[in-house]
Design a protein around this ligand. Structure first.
Ligand code: GLU
Length: 293
C-alpha cells in the first residue's frame, strides 16, 4: 500500500504554497488508493510555536483534508534520532564542528578567494571550509571540556564512499515529478554540492535531514511528495537512507506556488496566508482554484 505524507514545520502560518503541497499529496494518495499522513516537523524548538501547530490542524481541516491519527510530532522522538546519530558516529562518518558563523566567514576571507566566488550549497549557504575537520584529538577534547557548543557534520566524501560501498555502486533516486531543471526518472545524486552538512547539534540531536529520513522510513512512506525547493536535499536523504539501512522511497517534487511578482512564497508572505485569505472570505474551493487543483 502506498503511504504519502505532508510534513509542515510549525514555525509560521500556512500559506498557499503549503495548501498546494497538502492538497497535492492528499489527492495523489487518493488516486493511488494509499494512505495520507500528516507529520509535524517541530525539531526547531526555538522557532516552532504551539499556536502555529494548532493553526496547521485548523487550516488543513478547513481545506477539507483528512489524515490518520495520531499525528507524529518530531519533538517527541529526539531519543530515536539520537540513536541513529550514534550509529553514524560509530561508523566514523560524522565529526563535531565548533565553528561559529563568524569563524566560517573569517576562514573564507582568509582563503584569498573573494567571498562572492566562494561556492554556496543549493540552499545558498557558503560551503563549510573544513576548519574543524581532522583536528588533533587533544584539541578536540579540550574544546569539549570547555563546554563549547558544536554541531555534528557529516563527512560527505567519506559518507558517499561508504554509501556506495554498501549499495554496491552509485546511489540514485527515482523522481516521478521533476526538478526545476526538468529532470525526471532515475537520477544520480550530487551530495558534494552541500559539502559537510550539519546533521545534528549539541543541544538538538538531529536536523531536518536526519529526522526526515528516519521518519519516512519508520512510517513506511513509499512516495515523498514535496516542493522542488527540496529536490537537492534528496541527495543527502538518499545517502542517509543507504547508511542507516532504510528502504528507498520514490520522490515527486512538485512546482512551487509563486506570488504575482514570480517570487517564491515565504512564511512572511501575509497576502498569501491561508488565515488571511479565509478572513477575506475565500472558500476552500476558491483556494483549490488558486493553486490549480
Ligand atoms: N518540514 C519541511 C518544510 O516544512 C518539509 C519536509 C519534507 O517534506 O521533506 O519545509
Amino acid at each position: 500500500m502506498e503511504i504519502l505524507r505532508f510534513a509542515p514545520s510549525p514555525n509560521g502560518w500556512l500559506h498557499l504554497g503549503h495548501a498546494y503541497s497538502a492538497l497535492f499529496t492528499s489527492e495523489m494518495a487518493k488516486r493511488l488508493g494509499g494512505r495520507f499522513l500528516l507529520r509535524i516537523e517541530d525539531i526547531d524548538v526555538g522557532r516552532c510555536r504551539p499556536e502555529y501547530e494548532q493553526a496547521i490542524y485548523e487550516d488543513l481541516h478547513w481545506l477539507g483534508l483528512i489524515w490518520e491519527e495520531p499525528v507524529r510530532r518530531q519533538s517527541e522522538h529526539f531519543s530515536e534520532y539520537e540513536r541513529h546519530l550514534k550509529r553514524l558516529r560509530e561508523m566514523g562518518l560524522v565529526y563535531p564542528c565548533f565553528a561559529t558563523r563568524k569563524e566560517i566567514q573569517d576562514a573564507i576571507a582568509a582563503s584569498g578567494i573573494p567571498p562572492r566566488n566562494w561556492p554556496a550549497d543549493p540552499d545558498g549557504a557558503p560551503l563549510y571550509p573544513g576548519i574543524y575537520k581532522d583536528i588533533p584529538r587533544e584539541r578536540l577534547n579540550r574544546l569539549m571540556w570547555e563546554g563549547r557548543t558544536y554541531a555534528w557534520r557529516l563527512d560527505m566524501e567519506k559518507a558517499k564512499a561508504e554509501a556506495e560501498r554498501i549499495n554496491g555502486g552509485p546511489i540514485t533516486f527515482t523522481e516521478e515529478g521533476e526538478s526545476a531543471r526538468g529532470d525526471t526518472g532515475t537520477l544520480p545524486i550530487e551530495p558534494e554540492l552541500f559539502g559537510d552538512v550539519v546533521i545534528a547539534r549539541k543541544d538538538v540531536p538531529t536536523s531536518y535531514h536526519l529526522s526526515v529520513t528516519v521518519d519516512d522510513s519508520l512510517q513506511g512512506v513509499t512516495l515523498v511528495t514535496r516542493g522542488q525547493d527540496l529536490f537537492p536535499a534528496t541527495y543527502i536523504h538518499r545517502i542517509l537512507q543507504v547508511l542507516l539501512g532504510f528502504p528507498e522511497p520514490r520522490y515527486h517534487h512538485h512546482g512551487l506556488i509563486r506570488d504575482a511578482a514570480g517570487r517564491r512564497l515565504s512564511k512572511s508572505a501575509k497576502d498569501m496566508g491561508l488565515r488571511e485569505l479565509r478572513a477575506a472570505g475565500e472558500t476552500p474551493a476558491g483556494i483549490r482554484r488558486m493553486v490549480g487543483l
